[in-house]
Design a protein around this ligand. Structure first.
Ligand code: NAD
Ligand code: TDX
Length: 332
């Protein structure tokens, strides 16, 4: 493998993977990114130009995708509309990018016989009760709740069908909630950190008892590279780092680490159809491919992330007022 096409490589997790490839492999990287509101040129700025190039374009553009795929040895597909709340306001770009875009990539890798890795989410499995002793595994039935997660589930099923029907050389990974630098401030953790920096009280949906299973984006990247190199074609791997915490505890942790009183937050209107709990059993990835996470301590990972948002205000500040105005209009 010499040259790899990373879709969505200017987004939060895709850009982390591009850095990870530059630091840990000799591969050349082409980023294909539409540069939507969620993308950041800055996140991939300063990387060596003989290793990384950016093509601004849409994964649903069949001609563009066909040409790019034909000149690469592998595709890792991160590009997506990624925010549940946005999918409740307007599902249309979610169907177009997540389903139609994935379809175009699959047609191109089928035609050119190119290795494909598909990035997906644990949300395709629906949610768990708080006291359920089971966690999600590769055998859990699909049961998505939101327009976002249903379009991700649809794209996963396209991949499975293209493997079985056309022999496409694909693997799939479903990862839990990521945190770390460069995450868009519409998302839970960076929204609350930047609120506290602004002297605004964090906003907790409903009672805040919903549980998310947090993993640092760097650990997601190391898992994806392991699957790309060692994964068995046609297989799905769940990626998680045993990081379950409810939103209430997460907000309290952020407040404490930022020197504020733990009760200094507001309960706001809950998300429609809000999934209660996600939890990943990543035994298959750990035992079959020998992967393990390096960020074991959520508190120090969050402390690093808080420091990063304090030091990178120039990046998020221009987005903040509009994001908060849109949330406020919905009572959130
Ligand atoms: P993000 O919203 O930060 O980035 C998405 C990127 O895709 C952006 O750079 C955007 O410009 C690009 N993009 C959107 N539509 C495009 C199109 N039509 N053509 C080309 N590029 C397009 O998202 P993220 O949080 O980095 O998520 C990346 C992937 O990881 C997604 O597939 C998501 O479903 C998956 N995932 C995310 C998480 C998480 O916690 N954030 C967890 C598991 C899986
Ligand atoms: O202001 C908020 N207050 C709040 O309580 C926001 C923005 C969110 N929340 C809650 C909703 C969720 O229970 O926090 C939790 C996390 O919310 P998000 O950051 O929006 O993430 P989530 O909906 O869990 O989805 C994320 O993880 C799985 C990513 O956005 C998806 O792309 C990924 O597939």
């Amino acid at each position: 493998m010499n040259r790899i096409l990373v879709t969505g490589g200017a987004g939060f997790i895709g850009s982390n993977f591009v850095h990870y490839l530059v630091e840990n492999t000799d591969l050349g990287v082409t980023v294909l990114d539409k540069m939507t509101y969620a993308a950041s040129k800055e996140a991939i700025a300063g990387l060596p130009s003989d290793r990384v190039s950016l093509v601004v374009g849409d994964i649903a553009d069949a001609e563009l995708v066909d040409g790019l795929v034909s000149s690469h040895d592998a595709v890792v597909h991160y590009a997506a509309e990624s925010h549940n709340d946005n999918s409740l306001n307007d599902p249309s770009p979610f169907v177009q990018t997540n389903i139609v875009g994935t379809f175009q990539l699959l047609e191109a890798v089928r035609k050119h016989g190119v290795r494909y890795h598909h990035i997906s989410t644990d949300e395709v499995y629906g949610d768990l009760e708080l006291d359920d002793p089971q966690r999600f595994t590769e055998a859990t039935p699909y049961n998505p709740s939101s327009p976002y997660s249903s379009t991700k589930a649809g794209s996963d099923l396209l991949v499975r069908a293209w493997v079985r029907s056309f022999g496409v050389q694909a693997t799939i990974s479903n990862c839990s909630n990521n945190y770390g630098p460069w995450q868009h401030i519409e998302k839970f953790i960076p929204r609350q950190i930047t609120n506290v920096i602004d002297g605004v009280r964090p906003k907790l949906y409903g009672a805040g008892l919903n549980v998310r299973d947090w993993i640092h984006a760097n650990d997601h990247s190391s898992a994806v590279l392991r699957i790309l190199e060692k994964g068995v074609i046609g297989e799905t791997y769940l990626i998680g780092a045993d990081g379950e915490m409810n939103n209430l505890e997460t907000v309290k942790l952020i407040l404490r680490l930022m020197g504020r009183d733990e009760s200094d937050f507001d309960h706001v209107t809950d998300r429609a159809g809000h999934d209660l709990r996600y939890a990943i059993d990543s035994t298959k990835l750990r035992t079959e491919l020998g992967w393990k996470p390096t960020f074991q301590d959520f508190e120090s990972g969050i402390a690093d992330t808080i420091r990063w948002y304090r030091e990178n205000e120039d990046w998020w500040r221009p987005k903040k007022a509009a994001i908060e105005a849109a949330y406020a209009a919905k009572g959130q």
